[in-house]
Design a binder for this molecule. Structure first.
Ligand SMILES: Nc1ncnc2c1ncn2[C@@H]1O[C@H](COP(=O)(O)OP(=O)(O)OP(=O)(O)O)[C@@H](O)[C@H]1O
Ligand SMILES: [Mg+2]
Length: 324
């Protein structure tokens, strides 16, 4: 196959049907940037990697319609691709091992390139841990809720007593409950009465926090050094506790970012080495911002649609601005 290899290619790793990646690719196309989009699941069966180590990795990644010169990759947009798919006739345990090899080979070579990432998945994973996030946020001057992680019910009751006000219990890793009938749902934040804290706390690690008396919330999407703050006002009791539980009761808007929050957030992003982050903040009646968490691969398309904040354009600008 003879394929023209572009200078400064931007790789987009995403599922084939992904409206979020579509938006970014559309913005890249409108900037005439060379793009090669593929899902990791096409490797190794439909995508070929030829990487030879000279002084740096040289060679190509070649798909059905496009190819990229490894030395010409300037940026990678990593947007929740599926894992590599190994041929059906390979049985376990070789199948899982081969999948691990595929990840280590393809992503490993891409990691070694001097390219800008939004975001590297290994960096993303480290930054996603709430117990790692919160102390760094506090160290950079961001206010966070008083927090306890425990499987000891007595300790949890003591914490609630020390807080003196209401407490919430919420998920540590944001995972989903997978039911037998195939249905899936997230685990919402619960406002709890301290007398309800019982021995079920023993069943696993629990995250307790002081309840922040919030006027509204902000989803702050950060792209490089640019910030897009979408406000979320909850119009139902349920949404006031956790806005994700009642999307119909939400009103959206936009706001500026206080200077001290901007500085803290930028330092936080730098600490973790992220180029993209979707932060959840509460804003109190006095206007104080309290950080709950950062989702390094958080969803943003709905916020762009609701508010018009140009997040896809900012991601494209960042990818295109990367120097070879
Ligand atoms: N301490 C708190 N006080 C008041 N409300 C809170 C508190 N912690 C969380 N919430 C509410 O619960 C929501 C979810 O909490 P958080 O974002 O910390 O966790 P998550 O389950 O990891 O969320 P995500 O789905 O964004 O990954 C917040 O956006 C907010 O509405
Ligand atoms: Mg959240």
């Amino acid at each position: 196959m003879t394929t023209k290899l572009d200078r400064g290619t931007i790789l987009v790793l995403a599922e084939e049907l992904d409206p979020t990646a579509d938006l970014v690719v559309h913005e890249l196309n409108s900037r005439q940037a060379p793009v090669m989009r593929f899902d990791l699941s096409t490797f190794p069966q439909h995508l070929t990697l030829r990487a030879r180590l000279e002084e740096r990795w040289c060679g190509v990644i070649e798909g059905a319609c496009r190819a990229a010169d490894l030395e010409q990759v300037r940026a990678v947009y990593y947007r929740r691709p599926e894992p590599p798919a190994i041929a059906d006739h390979v049985d376990e345990p070789y199948r899982s091992w081969a999948r691990g090899e595929a990840v280590a080979g393809l992503l490993g070579v891409l990691y070694a390139l001097p390219a800008v990432w939004v975001n590297r998945p290994d960096v993303d994973m480290k930054a996603a841990e709430k117990p790692c996030q919160l102390p760094i946020a506090a160290a950079y001057g961001l206010r966070i809720p008083r927090t306890l992680i425990t499987n000891d019910p007595r300790h949890a009751r003591e914490f609630a007593r020390d807080i003196g006000g209401q407490v919430v219990c919420k998920s540590l890793h944001g995972g989903q409950l997978q039911h037998d009938n195939g249905a899936r749902n997230g685990v919402p934040t619960q406002l709890i009465d301290p007398v309800e804290i019982d021995d079920s706390v023993r069943l696993t690690a629990h995250l307790f926090q002081e309840w922040i008396q919030k006027d509204h919330e902000v989803r702050l999407t950060v792209v490089g050094e640019r910030m897009f703050a979408g406000t979320i006002h909850a119009r139902s009791r349920q949404a006031h506790v956790d806005w994700r539980t009642d999307y119909d009761a939400l009103e959206y808007g936009t706001t500026g970012v206080p200077d001290e929050v901007r500085l803290g957030v930028l330092a936080w992003m730098k600490h973790f080495g992220l180029n993209f982050g979707a932060f959840d903040f509460a804003v109190t009646r006095k206007g104080e911002w309290v950080m709950f968490e950062c989702n390094p691969s958080g969803q943003w398309i709905w916020m762009q649609q609701r508010t018009g904040l140009p997040i896809a354009a900012a991601i494209a600008d960042l990818l295109v601005g990367a120097q070879l």
